[in-house]
Design a protein around this ligand. Structure first.
Ligand code: COA
Length: 159
């Protein structure tokens, strides 16, 4: 029964150059969906270039000693306002857990760490376009909204 199972703690951390291959392969698995015209190895090479050319806050989660999931936060700076410290908004994307590791709390742990980090960076709010599958997870984490994108307000009135 869900909720009664126990799993070991995961390791959640920022991705490094050493994770780029795993990130590219996860991205391919996530988006390939069968019938892609792009070869997996070629895509991973293209992803590697994207990773170095487009800096972002990439996160990974490890389970059983290997990387099993990822998430990316892209920040957009707001123009500063006097007396307000929260000067960025965050676009959450690329959220993926390998199928065999789902339902173990890894997605929750990964996103909780990313959200805590965003708070510490004075990010005002996060937005995400959820998949149908991920909608309950985002709702549990506090994201809300009547239509997509869902948003998570980290500080009211720009802090
Ligand atoms: C959406 C996704 C990231 C969720 O990852 P996950 O690791 O399965 O997430 P969690 O395990 O934290 O939560 C999933 C379910 O497991 C349950 N769960 C969480 N921790 C648990 C635990 N310790 N023991 C048992 N069940 C647990 C939760 O209740 C949750 O159920 P709910 O979603 O119906 O509320 C994953 O399904 C995925 O990669 N999907 C494909 C890509 C995708 O849709 N990405 C989102 C793009 S916006």
């Amino acid at each position: 029964m869900r909720g009664t199972r126990k799993f070991d703690a995961a390791v959640v951390r920022r991705a490094t150059e050493a994770d780029v291959r795993a990130l590219g392969e996860f991205r391919w698995e996530f988006k390939e969906g069968g019938g892609s015209s792009e070869d997996r190895a070629a895509f991973v090479t293209r992803y590697r270039a994207h990773f170095s050319q487009n800096p972002a806050l990439h996160w990974v989660v490890e389970d059983d000693g290997s990387v099993v999931g990822m998430a990316t936060l892209r920040l957009a700076a707001k123009e500063p306002s006097p007396g307000k410290r929260h000067d960025a908004i965050g676009y959450l994307t690329n959220v993926y857990i390998k199928p065999q590791y789902r339902g173990r709390g890894r997605g929750t742990e990964l996103l909780s760490a990313l959200i805590d980090d965003a708070r510490s960076r004075h990010v005002e709010l996060l937005i995400v376009w959820p998949s149908d599958e991920s909608r309950p997870l985002y709702r549990r984490l506090g994201f809300s909204g009547q239509s997509d994108p869902l948003k998570l307000i980290l500080v009211e009135d720009g802090g």
